[in-house]
Design a binder for this molecule. Structure first.
Ligand SMILES: [Zn+2]
Length: 232
């Protein structure tokens, strides 16, 4: 049985999965699918009833999703017609006779073959964007962050960065080449602060606030771009 939810003349597919869990959880994924995670014993009917009961919440979440879609073009990005580079939107256009894997001209990224391969090459070719910001941030905060950090850039599926405070190794997601220098700086500073405070406790937040005063806004903004991690 195919389930869907109709709202404002649009149809959103519903996908129900059963997991070892106590409560029903609902989330709207980047493509606008309503994903319902249920406890193993939960019936289809109970899941649908839950959605009906929480209709107001669901509608509100769909409005937020649609707003994000308009602003960021999430589904266009997911279908490879658009992406971001250094925080600026770019179109993706196929050009079968292209010699290199991709070429960037006036806001258009031309590619041949699989666009995912072109994007992967583009990310790999732009490590310098991340390396330079790493050096700048390291320099700017060297008075506070005494430990000398080391940088690794690689593909990561669910995080923008991580930090091993014991070894001083900071790992940055190469997909950050899509985002603006401001957000890249934010991820960098977040990981630098972990060198001193491994957890997200009060001391961590206090220092992060000192080094990056608009961190709350940046964090919210960054969440909007998580869908980019799903393009691979
Ligand atoms: Zn963290």
């Amino acid at each position: 049985m195919e389930l869907s939810f109709k709202f404002q003349e649009k149809t959103y597919p519903i996908v129900i999965t059963r997991k070892k869990r106590k409560r029903i959880a609902v989330k709207i994924d980047p493509s606008g699918w309503i994903r319902v995670s249920c406890p193993e014993h939960c019936s289809h009917r109970t899941a649908v009833k839950f959605l009906e009961k929480n209709r107001a919440w669901l509608e509100k979440a769909l409005i937020i999703h649609e707003g994000m879609e308009r602003k960021l073009g999430i589904s266009a990005c997911l279908k490879y017609r658009r992406t971001y580079l250094f925080g600026k939107p770019h179109l993706l256009r196929e050009k079968p006779d292209l010699k290199p894997p991709y070429e960037i001209r006036e806001g258009v990224i031309y590619y041949r073959g699989n666009p995912a391969d072109a994007l992967e090459a583009l990310r790999r070719d732009n490590h310098a964007y991340i390396e330079e910001e790493f050096e700048r941030a390291r320099h700017a905060f060297s008075e506070v962050i005494k430990q000398k950090p080391f940088l690794t850039i690689r593909k990561m599926k669910s995080r923008w960065g991580s930090c091993n405070h014991r070894t001083g190794r900071i790992t940055i997601n190469r997909a950050l080449v899509h985002l603006s220098p401001r957000l890249l700086r934010f991820v960098m500073v977040h990981e630098f602060v972990h060198l001193i405070h491994p957890n997200h406790g009060r001391d961590f937040k206090e220092l992060l606030g000192r080094l990056y005063p608009t961190h709350r806004e940046a964090e919210k903004e960054l969440k909007n771009y998580v869908f980019l991690l799903k393009i691979d």
